[in-house]
Write a new protein. Structure first.
Length: 98
């Protein structure tokens, strides 16, 4: 490997957190299939840097939605239309009040 092709040098960064939170982090990276805590933290930080438009509330909402999908608490568009009486048979996007 040429010198210009070598991977960037890594720097160790220390952070403080409670033992309880660290246990949650460890359980999460293991469940998600990461090889190490460091790999998990780097990936999470990379996402935060690359996608700053997602705030904590957005991420929590996406997570809640994913849990709903996994636990079968979702409905098809046809089910929602039927529930709210919107199944008028026209899917052309026109305004039914005109």
């Amino acid at each position: 490997m040429a010198e210009t092709d070598s991977p960037p040098e890594k720097t160790t960064v220390n952070i403080r957190m409670t033992e309880t939170f660290l246990a949650d982090v460890d359980g999460t990276w293991e469940e998600m299939g990461y090889n190490s805590r460091s790999e998990f933290v780097r990936d999470i930080l990379r996402d935060a840097v690359k996608h700053p438009e997602f705030n904590r509330a957005d991420l929590k909402a996406m997570l809640a939605s994913e849990v709903d999908v996994q636990e079968g608490r979702t409905y098809s568009s046809d089910e929602v239309k039927a529930e709210y009486g919107l199944d008028d048979g026209s899917d052309d996007g026109s305004d039914p009040n005109k």
